[in-house]
Design a protein around this ligand. Sequence first.
Ligand code: NAP
Length: 223
Amino acid sequence: MRIGVLGTGVVGATIAGKLVAVGQEVRMGSRAPGNAKAVAWAEKSGASASQGSFADAAAFAEELVFNCTAGTHSLEALELAGADNLLGKILVDLANPLDFSRGMPPTLTVCNDDSLGERIQRLYPAVRVVKTLNTVNSALMVDPGALPEDHDLFVSGDDPVAKSRVVDALVDWFGWKRERIHDLGDISTSRGTEMLLPLWVRLYAANQSPRFNFRIVKGSAPA
Ligand SMILES: NC(=O)c1ccc[n+]([C@@H]2O[C@H](COP(=O)([O-])OP(=O)(O)OC[C@H]3O[C@@H](n4cnc5c(N)ncnc54)[C@H](OP(=O)(O)O)[C@@H]3O)[C@@H](O)[C@H]2O)c1
């Protein structure tokens, strides 16, 4: 399957690399074709890997586009990708709207009564936005078995069929356990997962490691 990955950072490279490893054809997109990191990734990743602009990567995709851009600039990146190139496709949104301009810890540029996931969905109503993977470190995104115990992931989105397709990809390609993936509901539930990031960055500082995740433990219903 031809898949587009928007983003040349560690997340874009990790997602794109795993997708190629499981047999998909991937085009990595950046603001300008020929981005040094994208070229280096494509050269080392073989015949199924290519690079181009955000628009090239979005147009290349048959069904799935991964948004792995800086959350504070995702709307600019998607504008460059182009609504026509994204039309009807599933946009897997991994981005967090984190503002590092005042140092650590970062702040959220949107929260409480709105989220980046919702902003993207509002701007691109013909795109099926599914928010997921934004609550885990990039290495765990594609290798959840690296932690010694089961741990959890969330999905948010308005289109149940798109969410189901993304969950299949998370299970079949990335190795997540289906029973550990929580469908939170419509795209407004991205507020909750994006607002986990202020906690996530403090756990990161406290642990001095990004190798951790959240685990939901359920009790039985009260009698
Ligand atoms: N790092 C993690 O483990 C982790 C975990 C969960 C979620 N996330 C989220 O994943 C996303 C990617 O993180 P990252 O660390 O891999 O990379 P990043 O440095 O946050 O983002 C890099 C990408 O953002 C694009 N970008 C930067 N400024 C832009 C602008 N003004 N207009 C358009 N595009 C712009 C870059 O374009 P060019 O390619 O043209 O330079 C590049 O492709 C972020 O939203 C982050 O919050 C990260």
